[in-house]
Design a protein around this ligand. Sequence first.
Ligand code: C2E
Ligand code: CA
Ligand code: CA
Length: 706
Amino acid sequence: MPGQYNDKSRMTAPISHVSQTLTPLTGLQLEAAENLNQIGFLTWEAGHGPVRLSAIAQGLLGLPEDVPLGTLLDLLDPNERPSLQTHWGEVLAAGQRNTVAEFAAVLPDGRRRFGANALFEHGADGVLRCCVVAIQDITSHDAMIQALSDSETRLEEAQQIAQFGYWEWDFEQRKAVLSDQAVVMWGLPPDWTADERGLLGLVPADQREWVSKLYAEAFAKRQTALRYEVRKSDAEGNVREFHSLVKIDYAPDGKPRRLLATLQDISELKSYRRQLHSLSFFDTVTGLPNRALFVDRLNQALTDASWHSQQLGLLMLDLDRFKDINDSLGHTAGDALLQQAAQRLQQVMREYDTVARLGGDEFAVLLPEVRHATDMGSIAQKVLSAFAKPFRIGDQDVFVTASVGGAFYPADAQDAVQLMQYADAALYHAKSQGRNTFRFYSKELTRQAAERLTLESELRRAIESEELELYYQPKFDLATGVLVGAEALMRWNHPSRGMVPPLSFISMAEDTGLIVPMGAWALRSACEAAARWNATRRRVPLKIAVNLSARQFVGTPFSVTVSEALRTTGCRPEWLELEITESLLLDGRDEILAILQDIASQGISIALDDFGTGYSALSYLTRFPVDTLKIDRSFIKDLPGDRSSAELVKAIVSLGHSLEMNLVAEGVETREQADHLVGLGCQLVQGYLYGKPVPHAMFSEMVALA
Ligand code: C2E
Ligand code: CA
Ligand code: CA
């Protein structure tokens, strides 16, 4: 190293040729070599005064041709000078002919480093006669070597930091070389060497087979590069992951000659990647897998199921009143509800089921091992009962029910997209069946769903293009046979399907809210008709009944719609009857009572439709301003033979009498039924026996004849 003597130093080569060829070289040759290598000579003849410097030496040291020995010694770096002098003393004392040294000289333009080779000539008496020293400026050379060693150190450090090593395998020499970092990373002793088996032996046993197969394939295809990853436990037992990128050299005969590979510990990288992955695949509110991950797992499960000929179930779930809670209690409460719902779902599921949040209040459950649809039924039931207890949101108890739809692989669908679509259709069906319930997919269900979609768009159009029409079914006084009114029944005059009955479109109109404008239209048309038919004064004025859906009582104040219809058509309140169902009264909302009271106070009568089919809570009959009961057709149908029907109708009639209500028997088709009803004291009838629902024009004729 600098300032020290080293006989085999890298300076030996350039200077030693001078020593070996000093005598045979011609002056010109010497000068050429001297110039090329910028070698300066210092010659000193013992006992003869100054040292003589060659031209190059003069340039290198900035000195004249002849200088006293002392001047030269003064140039030496004072730190190195004592050890240099000792060394030279020893060389001379030993009668050595040649020595190589490095020294630093302090020159006017700075400190410079020189390499030196000294030759000594001794006389036959052993006394030193002459000394020739060749010097060369190695400052930059030295700096280069320093820089190189610095950058090697840096590279080594960088490799340590990056957990990056390399290894090499030579097929001819059957020799492996591992970089220091690779040795450390792989947890090997520092002096480790290996033969071919040893190198493969480094791959953990469980991965050895596929790694050697990977190489065999690469060699067979003459691949020049190969990348793969292996996992290995470190000393503490943590699994670490390594990536190798291997470059393969082949001999001209096509056999692999050499492998040169990088080895990188990618454990951290992988864990970052996993974190990133978890951000994009998990729902941040509930921590459940999101839709993307769910679809991924579903696809995987489908592949497994088809491989093992197994069945698989998919449940979709939707919270019934989530929107209300979100709207009234705020989003934080909504999030809290979702979190609790997610927890409950996970609690009722088995470990290998996947619960995911698809978005909004929609959840999905993947059941990879379901043997039968009934198993799925009990799981769906478990889900529903998980929602039976109230949720604690802030300081409130909130009741939330759920609706569940299910589909089955392979019975219902073959792929993830269809399976999800079908489960969704089933969920929709469950919701339409009154919520807090589950339904499973069937082919019929899909067909209905598809048809519903087309019907819905057609129905929207129907309102504008006036395809709706009211039919009128006459109503008679049983005792006198006088026409007393009619029930207005809606028909849809569909351009291609013909006359569509209300059962096919009313429930959809209710679901979509289309019933509101449709109902308003029906009310207006019926009022218009009633006003016209009653225009010529009649002994018994005709009362026209209009059916109402519960949905029409939500939103816009319904009593306003009614009074508007009366006002614009000139229909009197006593010519109008509104038919409602028991379910509306059981809704329990105070505003319904208020609206009905408002309507009744205008002098409009209110009839309870399909009476007897619903609930037996009769207390509402006195609470609400109902004045007519319509006995449902299903009880009339089996009259007079069926005992229980007869008893029931009798009970309804006497109930109506005692509450001073009008009674209408619906669906009277036979004479016997009519006679029986007369006997019971029922006043009004409606049914095919007396007349089917007919178009406006036809009913007008009936009115004119009556
Ligand atoms: P609803 O109010 O119970 O109407 C009576 C239904 O019984 C009518 O069916 C009528 O055609 C049928 N019917 C009458 N007499 C007989 C009979 O002797 N034998 C048999 N088998 N059937 C008879 P429609 O017209 O198909 O209406 C079905 C339902 O649609 C109605 O039941 C009503 O709930 C609803 N609906 C009809 N028009 C409207 C409307 O404008 N608004 C609302 N919200 N619902 C309506
Ligand atoms: Ca009715
Ligand atoms: Ca009815």
